[in-house]
Ligand binder design. Sequence first.
Ligand SMILES: Cc1ncc(COP(=O)(O)O)c(C=O)c1O
Length: 476
Amino acid sequence: MTRDPGRLELSPEEMRALGYHAVDRLVEHWSAMTGTPAAVDADLATLRGALREPLPEDAGDWREALAFADRHVFGAMGRIAHPRFLAFVPGPSNYVAAVADALASGYNAAASMWRETPGPVECELTTLEWVKELAGLEGHADGVFTSGGSVANMIGLAVARDHKLGDDMTGAVAYCADQTHSCVARALRILGFRANQLRTVATGDDYRIDLDRLRAAVGRDREAGLRPFCIVANAGTTNTGAVDDLHGIADLADEFGLWVHIDGAYGAAAALVEDGRALLAGMERGDSVVIDPHKWLFQPYEAGICFVREPGLLNHAFAASPEYLQDVAEGDGEVNFSERGLQLSRGLRAFKLWLSLKVFGAAAFRRAVRRGIATAERAAAMMRASGRFEIVTEPTLAVVTFRLLRDGLDEAETSGLQRGIVAALLDDGFAFVTSTELKGRTCLRFCTINPRIGDDDLAGTIERIVRFGDAARVRE
Ligand SMILES: Cc1ncc(COP(=O)(O)O)c(C=O)c1O
């Protein structure tokens, strides 16, 4: 068949060859991952020099283009699904889900309006039900897939604003902890709240919000004639994995008629296992709850979810029915996800999670979550055994924070040492580890939610931390 570039088509043979090539590359990538570096040390000028090519006006060879991408795009990135990517909140992902995403994209499946694409919409609805069951959120009525946690948090807060404040945001106040993810303050800012309409409440030594201070802040604002409307609670902070006292917060909210929004972007998945569910007690009382499948439910980017407990509130906040969509308006029992969030055109994000649950089963997901929790505990035990580390916060929801100690260093030097170790680790590439600040002290941090982390990965990383730390110059 002759190729007609104006139709943006390939012949069936070319389509197959391209697809098989892509699958072969992916299988190689997944099978060989442990033996490759987790971090990459790219040089900006070189990389940009390679990628800033002129717009390709004429047709090119896909083999050459993919070989180029393997080198300069996919070869120049930290591998977030790598077992030694222990930084931030990793995205362990899984191959089945990656193929599912390719299929969803290949079919250009949308999950927007029921009448247009009923199968994908029902697939998203079923997957939302499954996630509710996995996380113990069966009491939540509605949900929507989003690009990730930042947007899911924004959606929950938009519903809180709509339900509690209507059109009048005057004097409204929201509350969160000093450990709350930065996307919450940003979401409130974008939703039109001024900086002084968010109170950041201090956490205690356990990095959980101090309930007495929270109560006092709400009381003060009420006395001042302001309108407290929402508490943002943490179900697993990014820094330390801390879970706020969710029942305590929900009781306080009930007393004052406030909305409870729970950010469980990474931590809510711990509810898949018994210990995690105990730690997350009260999560089911959140008026809105965020959980990100692209974190601890092992999905490739992008997938977040916001659940809302009371039926209809999501739609109330986001409904829009222009005349050009009149033929696909929601019928009885139908769901139009286009009226549950910001996106009209939206891809079928649920399919990857649907397929991975069908292929691996929920029991495998539970084992994988349990493994992540146990891995952080093993890492802490190894560090203790070495006698070289201070464990700053005990392993919680697969996060452990720690510092390498060296004799004779003061506080500032010890903090500097941790940052120096991160720089040396990133240069080395074996593992991707980053630092954070806890009560003014720089600490290292592992987030071990990847179920494929082995003891060799931990031992090799800890050995390098000690070696690079001992070799680092902390005084000029
Ligand atoms: C607790 C928490 N909330 C929100 C987010 C933001 O999620 P996303 O990166 O998917 O936008 C993160 C990201 O790590 C997180 O850990």
